[in-house]
Design a protein around this ligand. Structure first.
Ligand SMILES: NC(=O)c1ccc[n+]([C@@H]2O[C@H](COP(=O)([O-])OP(=O)(O)OC[C@H]3O[C@@H](n4cnc5c(N)ncnc54)[C@H](O)[C@@H]3O)[C@@H](O)[C@H]2O)c1
Length: 376
């Protein structure tokens, strides 16, 4: 049995908790044939959380500095669940120390940094993965299989969006996500990167785009009774052209009042179409020109146990896999990749392309014109 020793950095945050759960949980569903994970170290600066980890994750080292985890010879995989602006520095140190790295999205603040990380990983021969887990819901494997089988023909258009309203209220409190020093690309790297990950997974590389970023609320109240300036985008609209000729229309925001979590895509092709809406998280709508005239319409397909990543959890369709299951799938795939030395999507190469799209949105909005994305 191959045991991968994992250090979770930012362990007491949202993603830190989810990743810890995912690494501990996946063998219950997927078995042990492709390896197991042991939480070797948890990095947190929260004293209460540190005391609780001693009980909930017995045996794990509880550390307060990420550097100690990266240097630890008892750690094989460094899992970065820290704020966006730390990803590059920490991932680089981990790669140079010869560790495998799972890094939450966005991989880095700039495409140049992401390129450097992907190149170091190649030289070091380690496994990398970016935390874009939404497309790892098996319903999107179904979408990809339909596309790859040619069942919707050549893709002509991708329409996608992701909206929340966490900052919809102008009085919603300030947090690091609105701070351009800690999250330089704001909603573009935070949320746009999720839509871009679907684009890369289902359609392919983007060649050029034009984007417009907006900040709607310039200052927000802080916990200490003061105010802080919002210094990164709240919302973005993008038109893009994929390298394969398809067009794209994408929008995302954190100020979509009433939208608690909206994520959709529609993919139109020359022979059919696909449509996904997160509100029906395991359901794909598929329209096919191959259907008889007079009988055409979108059919609803609930992904089910035909897919191994669904079957591992549930024996029947429509019982629904949710967000946390996609993270369990991610943890399983990362460990399997390390044990079998086989990279799995999305590696740092994909993370680099997604960061290129983010960069291009920032540049296009600043210059108010179309921007080409380099092919590498
Ligand atoms: N893939 C997804 O669906 C998804 C969802 C949410 C967040 N994220 C990403 O995950 C990352 C973390 O986001 P979150 O929502 O968990 O944030 P969070 O604020 O809940 O957690 C971040 C944690 O990092 C800790 N931290 C900050 N600086 C530190 C330091 N120097 N040393 C040690 N710990 C430090 C904080 O104390 C906090 O516990 C972000 O990059 C975010 O973009 C991804």
């Amino acid at each position: 049995m191959n045991e991968i020793r994992v250090a979770i950095l930012g362990a007491s945050g949202w993603m830190g908790k989810v990743h810890t759960m995912a690494f501990e949980t996946f063998p219950h569903f997927f078995g042990t044939a492709n390896g197991v994970a042991r939480i070797a170290a948890l990095v947190t600066r929260n004293e209460q959380a540190a005391r609780e980890f001693a009980v909930t994750v017995p045996g794990a080292k509880i550390l307060s500095d990420w550097q100690a985890a990266v240097a630890d010879p008892d750690v094989d995989l460094v899992d970065i669940c820290l704020p966006d602006n730390m990803h590059y520095e920490v991932a680089k140190a981990a790669l140079l120390a010869g560790k495998h790295v799972l890094c939450e999205k966005p991989l880095a603040d700039t495409a140049a940094e992401a390129r450097e990380l992907a190149d170091i990983a190649k030289v070091k021969g380690v496994i990398t993965r970016v935390g874009h887990a939404f497309p790892r819901n098996p319903v999107h494997d179904l979408a990809r299989d339909i596309i790859e089988a040619g069942e919707i023909g050549d893709i002509t258009m991708f329409r996608g969006c992701q909206h929340v309203d966490v900052f919809g209220d102008p009085m919603a409190p300030f947090m690091w996500r609105a701070d351009g020093a800690l999250a330089p690309t704001g909603i573009v790297g935070d949320t746009g990167s999720h839509v871009f990950s679907f684009m890369e997974f289902l359609v392919g590389r983007v060649g050029s785009l034009i984007a417009e970023n907006s900040i709607f609320t310039r200052s927000r109240p802080t916990a200490d009774g003061g105010t802080a300036e919002v210094t990164n985008p709240d919302a973005t609209n993008v038109i893009c052209r994929f390298e394969n000729g398809a067009t794209g229309l994408v929008d995302f925001s954190r100020v979509a009042t009433g939208r608690k979590f909206m994520q959709t895509y529609e993919i139109y092709g020359t022979r059919g179409s696909l449509a996904f809406n997160y509100d029906e998280i395991n359901r794909l709508r598929f329209y096919s020109n191959a259907d008889a005239n007079g009988r055409r319409g979108f059919r609803e397909i609930d992904v089910g146990p035909e897919y191994a990543n669904y079957r591992a959890f549930l024996p029947l369709p429509n019982f629904a896999l949710g967000y946390n299951e996609t993270k369990i799938i991610e943890a399983m795939e990362v460990v399997r990749s390390i044990v079998t030395n086989t990279p799995s999507w999305p590696t740092f190469e994909s993370g680099h392309h997604i960061t290129q799209i983010v960069d291009a949105c920032m540049e296009s909005s600043r210059l108010k014109r179309w921007v080409d994305i380099p092919k590498s």
